[in-house]
Design a protein around this ligand. Structure first.
Ligand code: ZN
Length: 249
């Protein structure tokens, strides 16, 4: 299997990698949609993650949103794993043309990848809803920046310029993906000779739809468990993705 993967990558010159939550689990970032993530959210908040990190929930109860978000979706000490590192190296070698990711942790860029389409945005970027001022992750995580106009400590980050609410540049449930990011991702996939799909079971929107734009020769799926697309792939590897890519470092 590994020799087949190597030979396909050797022959390819325009590879796109499409990744999901499984790419970051080996960096210690659990999938909040997993069974334990669902259970934890229900236990602590009486709601599902999808309910809490939706646009309407954010508008109605931003304090709840930020408590959940900061406690369950931010992993400031997470580091790129072998999959992130190998993908960055393959881009540097001219093999990989783009990484399309559903993850919001920014680990591909930290590993050195340059062309990364973040379909769901990034926790590293934040902006004021009132004046548009931009903030990094450290700013919104600092409790000193979460004091409201009545001097009450909340979980909601406030803009130091205008006092407006600062939100992450992350696509919430009920919100639409960024047009340009989608267009660029689809174009990269449609031009690729090889598409490697990793760490996603391809059931979460919009993953499956993106695969339909692929017209190239080799579809490779790397996922711990089976996916509905396994029969369409030239090569299927049911192994942890970090282990698979450690061969390419
Ligand atoms: Zn502001």
């Amino acid at each position: 299997m590994m020799s087949e993967l190597k030979s396909i990558i050797d022959k390819s010159s325009n590879i796109v990698f499409f990744g999901g939550a499984g790419v970051s689990t080996e960096s210690g970032i659990p999938d909040f949609r997993s069974e334990s993530g669902l259970y934890k959210a229900q236990q602590e908040y009486g709601k599902s993650p999808e309910q809490i990190i939706s646009h309407s929930s954010f508008m109605v109860d931003p304090d709840l949103f930020f408590r959940y978000y900061k406690g369950n979706m931010i992993y400031e000490n997470a580091k790129p794993n072998n999959a992130h590192k190998a993908l960055a190296k393959l881009e540097n070698d001219g093999k990989i043309k783009a990484v399309v990711t559903q993850n919001i942790d920014g680990l591909h860029q930290r590993a050195g990848s340059k062309t990364v389409y973040e379909l769901h945005g990034s926790v590293l970027r934040n902006f004021c809803l009132k004046c548009g001022a931009k903030y990094d992750l450290g700013y919104i995580m600092d409790p000193e920046n979460c004091i409201d106009k009545n001097n009450v400590r909340t979980a909601i980050p406030r803009c130091e310029k205008c006092g407006g609410m600062v939100r992450p540049d992350v696509v919430l449930y009920e919100e639409t993906l960024d047009d340009k990011t989608v267009t660029d991702a689809v174009q990269a996939i449609s031009e690729a000779d090889t598409l490697i799909v990793g760490g996603t079971s391809l059931v979460v929107y919009p993953a499956a739809g993106f695969l339909n734009y692929f017209r190239g020769e080799n579809l490779i799926l790397i996922n711990k468990s089976e996916t509905g697309f396994d029969s369409r792939a030239n090569l299927v590897i049911h192994e942890p993705i970090g282990e698979v890519f450690s061969e390419f470092l």
